[in-house]
Design a protein around this ligand. Structure first.
Ligand code: DQA
Length: 142
């Protein structure tokens, strides 16, 4: 699971928009859920576009089966992150805590959504749980 810029601030960052859960709490809960369903989950966060891209590349060499990603603001700006995800051809789910379609116009376009397996947004921290369940289902179908 990859989380992009400013998501390290969850818990204190605009809680009315992003909720009160910290990234540590979200990751902890997701690791427990993953373990319970037999998935090995590696959680990483970076504020740097190049770091996220390097991790996507690394995922291919380490044979990662599925990527869960909240790209933060890079969703709306990063052709480079899109190219990385397309380049490694690993299925991924795009996650947003907030409903980006009910927010500013500049958040309503994603450079990643059309090449994602699916997009989950607007369910707060629970969106990560839904994404993990969906990934599990996708993997068991393939
Ligand atoms: C976000 C939505 C983005 O528009 C924003 O830049 C974020 C968080 C979300 O989880 O709702 O950083 O990805």
């Amino acid at each position: 699971m990859l989380n992009g810029p400013n998501l390290n601030l969850l818990g204190t960052r605009e809680p009315d928009v992003y909720g009160h859960a910290t990234l540590d709490q979200i990751e902890h809960q997701l690791r427990e859920q993953a373990e319970a369903i037999g998935i090995t989950l590696d959680c990483r966060q970076s504020n740097a576009e190049h770091q996220l891209i390097d991790w996507v590349h690394e995922a291919r060499t380490t044979h990662v089966d599925f990527i869960l990603i909240n790209p933060g603001a890079y969703t709306h700006t990063s052709i480079a992150l899109r190219d990385a995800l397309a380049g490694v051809a690993i299925p991924f789910i795009e996650i947003h805590l907030s409903n980006i379609h009910a927010r500013e116009a500049f958040r309503q376009h994603s450079y990643l959504a059309d090449i994602a397996t699916g997009v989950i947004c607007g369910f707060g921290a629970q969106g990560y749980d839904f994404a993990l369940q969906a990934a599990k289902q996708q993997l068991s179908q393939s």
